[in-house]
Write a protein that binds this ligand. Structure first.
Ligand SMILES: C[S@@+](CC[C@H](N)C(=O)[O-])C[C@H]1O[C@@H](n2cnc3c(N)ncnc32)[C@H](O)[C@@H]1O
Length: 346
């Protein structure tokens, strides 16, 4: 997993001088990387921002707001290919603008991730001056910006908000690219919301939506009168902004925070947690994420608190819960998803 990210740094002569920009979205893997003073980063995720800061990098956390960066500013840009085509298009257009003439876009990614076609698009900003296959389909490309180069892609789509109609609940959500599953309502989340709304005793007291995305779960349960206070949190900048907007529009009072798995929230402070945990990190799946979500759920739950998770059937979350001294019971399920009740054992 880390090879494609590490490969960005392989030409030490080139990246040791001049001003560099590291694009660090969820596909970027930090293991094996060390900070450099001449490289600043931009990320849209609080967990990555925390980690890069700890390593000694400087940079900023935003929804990739590169519009603020001056034209012809950077000598090089490091970009490990991203999963979202809309974001990739936006980043290529911006890279063409903010790179100096003669500056390099260093692009890495795997054939099966579609790196070849991205290199083809990027080539339009100048010329591919280096292209190497580093084994097992991993490609390294250096594209030099030349005068008159143009990226013929729609970079603007990344900034467009869209509307999602939830006909069943007669709710409308605002969403945008960069947010998990931004165009749709997650089937697992629909199942969890229906399950929770069928039983009026399922939620009470202080409730947390952990990994809230654009706010579907919080919005679906938020009018339950037994809820005394509602907190929604996510590590993704755009999610938090849009979730806050959506809950306000629906008249649901909630605190929405940008955080790494609720790390800034007080230990043992929630009666109920609702969660559709992530199991993808960039192009791959990650068991570490499941562990992280179970550990933090345990930390945040009050002694007699309950968490409701919806997970794909193939995720062996029960084993993770057992390791972490968390009781895990399947409440209900269908062929694709299971709804689990998590309680702390100690
Ligand atoms: C499967 S999605 C569910 C989103 C939303 N609850 C829904 O039902 O549509 C998982 C969410 O977890 C968020 N996430 C991933 N890692 C996180 C972390 N370390 N801290 C907080 N949220 C995280 C993602 O940004 C994403 O919004």
């Amino acid at each position: 997993m880390a090879e494609a990210s590490n490969a960005l740094f392989r030409d030490s002569e080139l990246i040791n001088q001049g001003k560099g920009l590291l694009i660090a979205d969820e596909s970027f893997d930090l293991s094996g990387i060390s900070a450099k003073e001449n490289i600043r980063y931009i990320t849209n995720r609080k967990d990555i921002d925390n980690d890069l800061q700890k390593m000694g990098f400087d940079g900023n956390l935003s929804d990739f707001e590169l519009e603020d960066a001056p034209d012809d500013y950077f000598d090089f840009i490091l970009f490990r290919l991203n999963k979202s085509k809309v974001l990739t298009n936006y980043l290529l257009v911006q890279a063409n603008r903010i790179l100096k003439e003669g500056g390099s876009l260093i692009l890495t990614g795997n054939n099966k991730e579609g790196v070849k076609s991205v290199i083809k698009h990027a080539e339009k900003m100048g010329a591919v001056v280096e292209l190497e296959l580093l084994g097992k389909g991993l490609r390294y490309a250096r594209i030099e910006k030349r005068a008159g180069g143009e990226i013929e892609l729609d970079g603007e789509e990344y900034r467009n908000f869209i509307q999602i109609e939830d006909e069943a609940q007669e709710i409308e959500f605002v969403s945008k690219p960069g947010i998990y599953g931004y165009k749709k309502i997650d089937e697992g989340s629909i199942f969890l919301a229906q399950t929770l709304n069928k039983d009026k005793f399922s939620l009470e007291g202080k409730v947390l939506d952990l990994g809230c995305g654009y706010g579907y779960l919080a919005a679906s349960v938020g009018k339950n009168p037994k809820i005394e206070s509602l907190v929604a949190t996510d590590c993704n900048v755009a999610s938090v902004m849009v979730c806050d907007h959506n809950l306000k529009e629906l008249g649901i009072e909630a605190t929405v925070t940008l955080d790494d798995c609720g790390s800034q929230l007080e230990d043992r402070s929630f009666d109920r947690i609702i969660c559709n945990p992530p199991f993808h990190q960039g192009f791959g799946t990650s068991q570490d994420l499941t562990i992280k979500f179970v550990q933090n759920t345990k930390r945040l739950l009050r002694r007699k608190g309950i968490a409701y998770f919806v997970v794909n059937r193939f995720i062996a979350i029960e084993k993770v819960c057992y390791d972490e001294y968390v009781k895990c019971t399947e409440l209900t399920g269908n062929p694709q998803f299971k709804i689990l009740k998590l309680e702390r054992l100690k």
